[in-house]
Design a protein around this ligand. Structure first.
Ligand SMILES: C[S@@+](CC[C@H](N)C(=O)[O-])C[C@H]1O[C@@H](n2cnc3c(N)ncnc32)[C@H](O)[C@@H]1O
Length: 184
């Protein structure tokens, strides 16, 4: 693991405290990193880069053969994310795409082993359905804020829990949680 990655993560956590940035943070971040360590995805997609915290967190223990595509609608945040990712010196190739995930996802090719949804909560279901054809049996979809924002993402939670397409459960962490859904 890159020591630089840990330093950059601590710097972002400090900046997030000062500027109230909505990063996943250390508590849910630890659970996300554990999922990544178990699954070792080779190719994954993130919606909602912000300044790169979760992308670095997910990529820090992976090797050069892993590829992360992360989408951010705000150009300025994406620029900061690119700088943070470069500074973190992690091994996987991380591509930060600036744009609305609704426009970007349909243009992406290939399959994803994991998707991390962390954009606007009301768009989770739309983004999942757009990406669904790019999942394979066993792909994992992780949705942030499944505790504190469960109401805002209720259509999404209903879909992953009751459509019969996923095996899904919430991991509760403090006041919030991660919804982890495995494609059947
Ligand atoms: C909660 S923050 C992401 C935090 C980041 N994943 C982390 O933990 O470090 C949400 C981000 O999603 C971005 N966003 C919101 N809607 C989006 C969309 N439709 N497409 C791409 N990015 C979007 C916002 O600009 C914001 O930076």
């Amino acid at each position: 693991m890159s020591g630089r990655a840990e330093e950059v993560l601590r710097e972002i956590e400090e900046a997030a405290r000062r500027k109230y940035l909505p990063i996943i943070g250390p508590l849910r971040g630890k659970a996300l990193a554990k999922i990544i360590a178990q699954l070792k995805p080779k190719r994954f997609l993130e919606v909602g880069t912000l300044i790169g915290y979760s992308a670095i967190l997910m990529g820090k223990n992976l090797e050069c053969d892993a590829e992360i595509i992360t989408i951010e609608i705000d150009k300025k945040e994406a620029e900061i994310a690119r700088k943070n990712i470069e500074k973190a010196e992690i091994k996987p190739k991380i591509q930060v795409i600036v744009g609305d995930a609704s426009d970007v996802i349909p243009k992406l090719h290939g399959k994803f082993d994991l998707i991390f949804l962390d954009g606007h909560k009301g768009d989770y279901l739309k983004h999942l359905k757009m990406a669904e054809e790019k999942l394979h049996k066993g792909s994992v979809v992780v949705a942030d804020n499944a505790g504190a924002y469960a109401y805002s993402m209720r259509d999404y939670l209903d879909y992953v829990r009751n459509s019969g397409q996923y095996k899904s459960r919430v991991i509760r962490l403090g006041e919030d949680g991660l919804e982890v859904s495995i494609k059947l």
